[in-house]
Structures are given as structure tokens and as C-alpha cells.
Design a protein around this ligand. Sequence first.
Ligand code: FRU
Length: 488
Amino acid sequence: MFAWSTPVALAAVLAVTLGQALRQQNETTKRELEEYIADKKAEINPRYRPHYHISPPVGWMNDPNGFSYYKEKFHLFYQFYPYDSVWGPMHWGHVSSSNLIDWEHLPTALIPETEMCFSGGAVVHGDDLVLLYTGRVTTDTDPFYNETQYLAFSNDGVNFRKYEGNPVLSYVPDNSADFRDPKIWKFKDHWYVVIGSSSNKRGRVLLYRSGDLFNWEFLSVLGESDGDMGYMWECPDLFELGGKTIFLWSPQGLEPKGDRYKNTYQTGYYIGELDYETFEFKTDKYFQELDYGHDFYATQTIQGDGKTYLIGWFNMWEVPHLEKEDGWAGTTTLVRELQLIGTRITMNPLEGIQDLRTDSVHNGDLEPQQAIEFGPTAEIILQGCLDQKIELLIQGKEGGLVTTVTWDPEVGKVIVNRSGEVRQVEWVPIGKTSWRLFLDASSLELFCGEGEVVFSSRIFSDGDWVVKNSSPQTLSVEAYRLRRSVPA
Ligand code: FRU
């Protein structure tokens, strides 16, 4: 798939950045991996393969990593195990895009050596794209792993060299083994990083800073579970939005509570303020989930031009991944634009997503029991009267799982029922009352109103989509087929 230049010396090639030694990853291993990927791709069963969501070329994907903008392109990396469609020693897969909609695969960016390459972030420094990731090393003593932070550099956005002096950050207060998923950003003269951790079975997040990326100083425990907020906090993120600081992360171990926390793990946020003098994050600790669907975890954000974009892993841990028998597993959500409206983060697809529309399949009234037939992709914008029930029945032309998406005015909730697995939440529209749905070959994303309620759920049906109005009322519907924007 990729034209590799003539293999250079197999021995480690040393380069220098910021006066520090870097080591080329083994060229033969890299070349063989790309050849393996190119061969293996031919065996993939395409039935559930996304047409406009990022997925691995082959094998397993989990968290998106290192969402960044470098040399006129967006870059996104992801937790990747190429050799099977289950989790394994973590590599960093790599895709890039100039518009956050059309994506191309690039060669695998990080290959595990003595360390597995766990999640992390990326920043641009001088002429380099810099990756800061967790190196997870197996040890002989309980809990049999150690996590510290590693650096890798690229000056072309394709080839990454690891820093010879890794790890650069290993100090954890009370020596907890869980110390992963750095999110790095710059403020004034310093680099800052938040890292997920755990202390006495309580999740927490740690804040550090550095003047040069190589030497780090511990600043504070930025947040910690008081006992109710889980045993481990993964994938922390901290960013400014609407004049506030958002602390967004993925806690593990929340007890199910009514409609909430029904997935294995959650992703949500506190709103507050970060004080760069005391390194304290002041918040009322009101935890809100960002997305209410079945499959949403481990998000990454990027900011630029006054915009904040987010992408998440469009799967969940410890659930069946039905595509895995097809030679791949895992995808990401659409990139979404975030806004803070009052005390709620709204999420909406990018404006440019309209460019995916190929042809209009319906425009006007959709009577009760009337159905629309699509191909493997669809965008549906619908408006109904909220005094009555609204319901869409989503199924494959040839069977498979049936999903309903419902507004129930009796309880004031939006409900996504995937063959009996229900996720639901109260919805009080803050503005418009229309819905926007995106169907890809094995996924549903539902954006309600201004994006204050969003569901992301993987759904698996056989054959192309058929969407029926199963409400008692006539709905007003605009519907489109969408084109491919990722490699097959
Ligand atoms: C989150 C996570 C991270 C870790 C990575 C390993 O889904 O568990 O904490 O870095 O996956 O693949």
C-alpha cells in the first residue's frame, strides 16, 4: 500500500532534536508490518466496515490518540494491534486528513519494543510533531506492570523516532502502577500534562509541567474520586471552553444509577476553573456524561481557530465486538464540535459533513409505517411534534439486529433500544427540536436538538438500511445517502 524508500541501514539510526538523541524504529519490522497489513486487508469481510468513520486497516483499534495539526494536516493516532482483531501489544496506528472528514491511512507510527505504546497526546514543537505516550512494561512483581511516559518525534509527520532517554516522566506520588494516558498542552512558557492514575482503588488525575518536554515536575493531584467516582481514571483531558475549564475523562468503576452508567465504563466531565498559580482545579464535581449511547469511550480533543473538536472510541470494553470475525475491530465516532451552553457541553457534527451527501432519498412527510430504503450509509434529519411519540425503526434489509430510536413524551426521554439493550436519558430541548441521525455500516449516531443529547451506538444489521416511521404521527424528514470518506 505504501511506497517505502530503499531500506536504510538496519541498525538504529540516530538523529538529534532539541539537542537530544533519537532512535529510528527498526526499518525491517516497519516494512514487514506494512506488507502484512496490505496482504491481510484483502481478507477483510466488508459487511460492517465503516464508509465515513475511521477504523484500522486490519486488526484491533481502541482509543484515539495524539489528535493534532501539523504541517497543514490533522493527525490522529490510535491504539492498534495489527495481528488480530482483539487487544494485543499496543502500536500507534495513524491517519491524517485536511478537513477532518476525508481520512487516509499512514504507516504505523509507533511499534512496541520493550514497552507497549499505550495512549497519549501530541503537540507541535518547532519543526517536530511530538508524541507523549505511556510506555507499559511488564514486570516480575505484582501488579506485573509499570507505566511511565515516553517521547517520540517526527519532522515529516510520518516517521517517528523514539527518544533514547525514555522514559521522561516516571514519578507518581505513592508509586501507583497505574499512570497512563498523558494529555499535553502548552500554556505560556510551559508544557503541562494531565495523567490518569489510581490511589488506594480511587481514580485520580495528576498534573505535571515541563519547560523542555524532557524534565518534568509534579504539581498537584488535580482531581480524585471521593469513593463514588470509580477506581481508575483513564484518558484525562483539560481544556478551556466557553470561558470555563473542562476536565473530561473516562472513569472506571461507576455503579449503575437509574438510567446512568449502564455501559462498562463512562466518559464525562466536570466544569470548573484551573488556577495556574496554585495548580488547583475548582469544581462543584457535577459529573455529566458526554454521550448516552452504548459505545463511547476514551476521547481526544483538539483546539484551533476558536473551535474545539472531539473524537471518541466508538466501542466499549468487555462487550462483544461483532465485526471481529471479519478481520478488524473498532472504529471512532464522527469528529464533533463542542460548545459550552450553560452547564452542558453540546456536540455536533462538523458543518463540512454535508459534503458527504450524494443524493437525497427523501424530502417531506414520512407517514406512519412508511419506510425509506438506503444503502450502507444514511443521514436523516427529522422533525416531529414532541407532544406525541416519535419513533424510528432501524433495520437491515436482510435481518440482523433491530434498533428503535424513540421520543417518549410520557416520560420526557429519548430512548435507543438496540434489540432490548436500552439506553435512555431525559431530554429538555434547549433550542431546536429536530433530530439528526447518521448511519454507517455498523453504527448509529443521534444528535438531538442543539446537540445537548447525543447517542453513539454500534448497530449490526444484515444488508442495507431500512428506516421506518413507527410513530403514530407523520414526521417531516430529509434523508440522504453518504459517500465514502475513509479507505475501504
Ligand atoms: C483506555 C485504555 C487506556 C490505555 C489503553 C490501552 O481504553 O485502557 O487507559 O492507555 O486503553 O490500550
